[in-house]
Write a protein that binds this ligand. Structure first.
Ligand SMILES: NC(=O)c1ccc[n+]([C@@H]2O[C@H](COP(=O)([O-])OP(=O)(O)OC[C@H]3O[C@@H](n4cnc5c(N)ncnc54)[C@H](OP(=O)(O)O)[C@@H]3O)[C@@H](O)[C@H]2O)c1
Length: 242
């Protein structure tokens, strides 16, 4: 874990972050943590009930008022993604970061037994949609003095071991996408990074490690805090060693 502690002056006040997968385990805790550090968070996902509950939690805590924009990442039309970002521009006139937390796991099992439709779904949500979302966010992010795009990988899935299937491939793909993008953006105000949570107590972990004891695993809150500290320090290196 990233154990750097933010200084009291480090804050995300006045900054606007788009968080995909905000209705999920890590998306929920990350949105809360970013809001706690003063960010205005734009919550997206499909489950409006969960997004509404998160919105209320942020409001009740007295953090900056968030926004909810439901969006299905199975959509492939670039114009729809551009309209989505246009609606953010219309309301906020700025975007300082994109955190790609949406994820679809699909089936963990032998490649030969995977339905191709499941494979495509995993690739669409985890790779294609996060790549397209990053692309359409870039013009707005580049207007900011300092901006970031964050992708999420998985310490186990990236090992390319048996049975990690489309999910495993998708995690290696987003790491590669992020590295290429980071290289291309080197001379700009936007950075692209990969955050690797490591073993942690989240809904997805229950699917990949059924029956595992939670003992010793990081909590979702600890991981979210670490992710936010990485964004604040613009340093994600510590996670790549998991
Ligand atoms: N759990 C772990 O131990 C662990 C370890 C390493 C890495 N990670 C990574 O951490 C990230 C988050 O994991 P998690 O446990 O928080 O996952 P999760 O609870 O399953 O959340 C997944 C999120 O993705 C969204 N999503 C899925 N399909 C979508 C679609 N078609 N359109 C829009 N949103 C969609 C879901 O939104 P809706 O429900 O609203 O559709 C949900 O908000 C993943 O990238 C995962 O690989 C987790």
């Amino acid at each position: 874990m990233n154990n750097k502690v933010p200084t009291s002056t480090q804050t995300l006040k006045g900054r606007v972050y788009l968080i995909t997968g905000a209705s999920g385990g890590l998306g929920h805790t990350t949105s809360l943590a970013m809001a706690k550090y003063g960010a205005t968070v734009i919550l997206t996902g499909r489950n409006e009930k969960k997004l509404d509950a998160l919105y209320d939690q942020i409001e009740e805590a007295g953090y900056p008022t968030p926004a909810i924009i439901p969006f299905d990442l199975m959509q492939t039309d670039e114009d729809i993604y551009k309209q989505f970002i246009q609606s953010i521009y219309n309301e906020f006139k700025q975007l300082n970061g994109l955190v790609n937390l949406a994820c679809y796991m699909g089936i963990v099992g032998p490649l030969g037994s995977q339905e191709h439709s499941e494979w495509q779904k995993v690739m669409q949500v985890n790779v294609n949609a996060s790549a397209l979302m990053s692309k359409v966010c870039l013009p707005l992010l580049q207007q900011s003095e300092q901006a970031s795009i964050t992708f999420i990988s998985d310490s186990s899935a990236r090992q390319s071991n048996a049975y990690w299937g489309a999910y495993g491939v998708s995690k290696v793909a987003v790491e590669s996408f992020s590295n290429i993008l980071a290289d291309e953006l080197e001379e700009t105000s936007v950075v692209s990074n990969v955050f690797i949570p490591g073993p942690c107590i989240l809904p997805l972990r229950k699917k990949t490690h059924p029956g595992e004891e939670d003992l010793g695993l990081n909590t979702a809150e600890e991981v979210a805090e670490s992710l936010v500290i990485s964004v604040l320090n613009n340093n994600f290196d510590t996670h790549l060693t998991h």
